[in-house]
Every structure is written in C-alpha cells, then in structure tokens.
Design a protein around this ligand. Structure first.
Ligand SMILES: C[S@@+](CC[C@H](N)C(=O)[O-])C[C@H]1O[C@@H](n2cnc3c(N)ncnc32)[C@H](O)[C@@H]1O
Length: 235
C-alpha cells in the first residue's frame, strides 16, 4: 500500500557507482543463499540453533519498539529484522524497510505480510521521507559495505529522518580485542567484496562515525563471539 508520507514512491532507483561496480553482481547470486548463510553463520557464532533469531531479538530489545511508533530498517536486505519488528508491533505502528537491492527485496517480499511491514527499493543516502518522520531507525550490518562518503551521507540521512530524541541502533562488524581474533576476522573479511570499506570503517571508528552524524551514543555492547558491535544512540 503506498504510504502518503512517501515523497517519492518510484521503484528502481539509479544505483550509486560503488554499488553498481561492486555489489550488483555479488547480490545477484548471493541473494539466493543469503538467509541460509546467515543462519549457518549465527549457528557458529551465536550459540547453535536459533542463533540468528536470538541475535535479531537482542537488536529488537535495543530498539525497544512501542505501539504506534514509526521505525525504519535502513539497508534491510532480505528483511528478516524488519519482519520481526513488524510482528512485534502487529500493525500498531509502522515499519519500513529500505534497500538498494531488488534481489534481496524480492526475498523479503516473499516472507512478509504487507500489513506488518512495507519494503521500499531505494538509496539510503536519500530516504524519501520528511525530516523527523520516524521515531526510531536501525542499520544492521550495512555501513561496512559503503565507501566513507556514502556511509557518512547514510548516517546523516538517518539523523534527518529520525525525530529529535528518537533513537538509532547500529549493528556492525567489530574489531576484537584479542590479536588472534582480529587476524582471523581480517582473514575472513578478505573474501568479501567489502574488504576495503570494512577496513576504512574500522579506521574511522564506528562510534566516531555515528557521533559525527549528530547522534549522542548512549550504550554499546560487543556480542556474538565479539564478531558484532551494537550501538544505541539518540538523535
Ligand atoms: C549485509 S546486508 C545486511 C542486510 C540486513 N540489514 C540484515 O540484517 O540482514 C547489507 C545491505 O546493505 C544494502 N545497501 C548497501 N548500500 C546501500 C544504500 N546506499 N542504500 C540502501 N541499501 C544499501 C545492501 O543492498 C544489502 O542489502
């Protein structure tokens, strides 16, 4: 159902160059195995069966959704988190997922109930909603895929669409304390197309990047075998 607050409801946005170069082909085939891959990954790093669900539930606890709230899942991918948020609000509120990948969104649309969540194909650098429209936002596992200037524009855009004193939860790959774990994660990341942008995010620092966009960081935690960091911030 079209949302009357959407400033521009057009589908198939012009893809930014970095995405065209690196991710279109990657998500073309990866979209088919994305959900099972994530399940296996979280089986390994988050305590066996149900690992992914527990991890996403934890993120939802950090978002702390309340009936009537409007929440946006920025870079929602196959929409698993958006759908869980939609189920939590059960129609008493509004959940929107935005992503550039039509392939991943196709997977999301196969799983969702339209009354619980709306998916939108679009660039998170230009979210088609007015200033302060959303109460809360989440960006899960996406900032490390973006070049620095894109990452900064996405965070600034998140700040724009969240109301004053609204909250954002950012989940990202972590840089572990232990050297052997750092080396292991670095080795594994080398197989990803996002290796350079991942390194740049570590260099800039996730918390610094979030604060740079105008947020005040309230709480952080390292989870899932130190593989991920969760940050809660206020606008
Ligand atoms: C690793 S996936 C994470 C997906 C999802 N948040 C999750 O938790 O499974 C990263 C996502 O970021 C999306 N993405 C990257 N750059 C984007 C941009 N500029 N605008 C919208 N989505 C973007 C990709 O298409 C991909 O779906």
């Amino acid at each position: 159902m079209p949302n009357k607050h959407l400033k521009n409801d057009k589908t198939s946005p012009k893809l930014p160059d970095y995405y065209q170069r690196t991710y279109v082909a990657w998500y073309e085939w990866f979209s088919r195995i994305y959900d099972p891959f994530i399940k296996v990954l979280f089986f390994i790093i988050n305590g066996g069966f149900g690992g992914e669900k527990r991890w996403r539930q934890l993120i939802i606890e950090w978002i702390d959704p309340w009936p009537g709230e409007k929440i946006i899942d920025i870079c929602c991918g196959t929409g698993t988190l958006s759908i869980m948020l939609g189920q939590r609000l059960a129609g008493a509120g509004e959940v929107m997922g935005i992503d550039l990948s039509s392939r991943l969104l196709n997977q999301a649309r196969k799983k969702h109930k339209p009354e619980e969540v709306t998916f939108l194909e679009g660039d998170a650098q230009k979210i088609p909603f007015s200033q302060g429209y959303f109460d809360k936002a989440v960006i899960c596992g996406a900032l490390h895929e973006m070049p620095r200037e894109v990452r900064r524009r996405v965070l600034a855009e998140a700040h724009r669409v969240i109301r004053p004193n609204g909250r954002i939860v950012v989940v990202e790959h972590n840089n572990p304390e232990k050297k052997w774990k750092r080396s292991l994660f670095d080795f594994l990341e080398r197989f990803n197309p996002e290796y350079q942008t991942y390194r740049d995010l570590l260099k800039c620092g996730l918390i610094d990047e979030i604060e740079r966009a105008g947020f005040r960081v309230v709480r952080t935690s390292v989870v899932s075998w130190e593989f991920f960091q969760i940050v809660l911030a206020q606008s």
